[in-house]
Design a protein around this ligand. Structure first.
Ligand code: NAP
Ligand code: MG
Length: 413
């Protein structure tokens, strides 16, 4: 088959451990034989991040900004244990956080659905996509313990000398030991979050819900509601109406009840902490982390980075290092490629690339639905006909089926 021409480059980011082993197999078997593509490559393996003082991560993020499409393998987020294991110079930041801080996007997590895998919530027929506002709130809060009697205040000091905006608010009078926390967010970040969500909603042609607890946090969560309303009314209302999709705010408790009762098929914009918790709940509800994709989209909907939602699958890598065969699910990593390529196709109006990406996704879904699965899915199969496949065999089977499916594509070239 003649290779499909991809006019503009994509940025590829390699990672660590078992995810990296799968990544290389996927690229060699399912991508490079079919595409004539220029790849701007960054090795974010932990050793290389350490050797470059993590400059490589920043370079990769800038390259994604420039070329607008990044496709990323899972990477180790170092901690003390990892620092010792790899003799790192320091505990480098999470690459995802560094990239996000440079691109300023929102993360959307969405499950890949297959018919023959039992779901914990049987009613869920369509994907539920969680958008997490990955900025501030609890994750940038200052917190401390209180060890004596005293008063706790909030103080806001305006920068301008003549401003009347000085605020001193009493929070609590402590009679004894306790705990305290102060947190914040910014209008700029919430506006960006809102625009990313509305744009992704259009991209996926799915309705959007925002959840908050604005009945309790009237100013704090209320600000999220006001900003989303404002952006919707002034920037997206007409296009949503034309596309017949909707936006709605819901209280977080109502939203959870609604989600459990629903059949899926919507985007759920969550505040930072809610998104952290809910995305794991939704991933589990749909089956396996090996079937969960993750996409980072910037506010104007143009810069896009995709990856699998899972990590580097260290436990499986340890077996691989011992020479044992593993049965690690590569589907979410393959979808990282297809989703990134689809965005390239969308930006370049490359129909044939869009078609190829869809066929590769369908090849994965068809193989799983035929009962040939990796171990993580095997136990959820409705009918266990055969045994599960190891990683290598699973990818080889995909390649055989992809070859069959793409043969007829020559007519498009
Ligand atoms: P993980 O890599 O997601 O794996 C946790 C467990 O989930 C695995 O041991 C495995 O369960 C199951 N699993 C995940 N992906 C799977 C797949 N594709 N196929 C089959 N089973 C899969 O999380 P972790 O072990 O907590 O973290 C490992 C490393 O990844 C850490 O260093 C962490 O920093 C990093 N991480 C990176 C990212 C990222 O780059 N986006 C995200 C999360 C974590 P069983 O062992 O039961 O088979
Ligand atoms: Mg979490």
């Amino acid at each position: 088959m003649k290779k499909i021409k991809v006019t503009n480059p994509i940025v590829e980011i390699n990672g660590d451990e078992m995810a990296r082993i799968m990544w290389d197999r996927i690229k060699e078997n399912l991508i490079l034989p079919y595409l004539d593509i220029k790849i701007i490559y960054f090795d974010l393996g932990i050793k290389n991040r350490d050797e470059t003082n993590d400059d490589i991560t920043k370079d990769a993020a800038r390259a994604i900004k420039k070329y607008q499409v990044g496709i990323k393998c899972a990477t180790i987020t170092p901690d003390k244990k990892r620092m010792k294991e790899f003799q790192l110079k320091k505990i480098w930041d999470s690459p995802n956080a560094t990239i996000r801080n440079i691109i300023h996007g929102t993360i959307f997590r969405e499950p890949i659905l297959v018919k023959n895998i039992q779901k914990f919530i049987p009613g869920w027929k369509k994907p539920i996509c969680i958008a997490r506002h990955a900025y501030a709130d609890q994750y940038a809060a200052k917190e401390f313990s209180i060890k004596e009697k005293g008063n706790l205040y909030f103080i806001f000091l305006p920068e301008k000398k003549k401003s009347k905006g000085l605020k001193k608010i009493k929070i609590h009078h402590f009679q004894g030991n306790g705990i305290a926390m102060g947190m914040f967010n910014t209008d700029e970040s919430i506006y960006g979050f809102a625009r990313s969500c509305f744009n992704y909603s259009i991209y996926k042609k799915l309705p959007l819900f925002l959840s908050t607890k604005n009945t309790i946090l009237k100013s704090y969560d209320g600000r999220y509601v006001d900003i989303f309303d404002h952006v919707y009314k002034h920037e997206f209302y007409q296009i949503f109406k034309r596309m017949n999709i909707t936006y709605e705010h819901c209280l977080i408790d109502d939203m959870i009840a609604k989600t459990i009762k629903s059949d899926g098929g919507f985007i759920w914009a969550c505040k930072n902490y809610d998104g952290d918790v809910q995305s794991d709940c939704i991933a589990q509800g749909f089956g396996s982390l090996g079937m969960m994709t993750s996409v980072l989209l910037n506010p104007d909907g143009k810069i896009f980075e995709s990856e699998a939602a899972h990590g580097t699958v260290t436990r499986h890598f340890r077996s691989h290092q011992k020479g044992e065969k593993t049965s690690t699910n590569p589907v979410a990593s393959i979808f990282a490629w297809t989703r990134g390529l689809k965005h390239r196709a969308f930006l370049d109006k490359n129909k044939i690339l869009e078609k190829f990406s869809t066929i590769l996704e369908k090849t994965c879904i068809d193989l799983v639905e035929s009962g040939k699965v990796t171990k993580d899915l095997f136990f959820y199969l409705n009918k266990k006909k055969e045994c599960f496949l190891d990683t290598e065999t699973f990818i080889k089977e995909l390649k055989i089926n992809l070859d069959k499916k793409t043969k007829s594509m020559t007519i498009f070239l």
